[in-house]
Design a protein. Structure first.
Length: 92
């Protein structure tokens, strides 16, 4: 019985860690109302200025998520729509 409990706990922890790893979105950038956000095109322009070839952008939670390619690799860049600061970058 003890072995089964240990295995069950290990599987539960592994599934929880896997779920966190699969959630690649960074969602909390600002508390500011969307009506006050800067345009998404400005976040795309910032990514281009950093050398990314911008593929698309979208709103993810309270962030602008910009998909870009740099040196042949895909990246997700998360910008605060309030001040357009780069909050997080994920290499894919």
């Amino acid at each position: 019985m003890k072995v089964i409990r240990v295995v069950a706990i290990a599987l539960t922890l592994g599934i929880g860690a896997g779920s966190t790893a699969m959630a690649d979105g960074f969602k909390d950038c600002t508390k500011l109302d969307k009506a006050s956000w800067k345009p998404a095109s400005e976040a795309e322009a910032k990514a281009k200025a950093l050398g990314y070839e911008v593929r698309r952008s979208k709103i993810e939670g309270s962030c602008y998520e910009v998909y870009g390619v740099k040196e042949g690799k895909l990246f997700e860049l998360f910008y605060n729509p309030e001040d357009l600061s780069l909050k997080h970058t994920i290499a894919k």
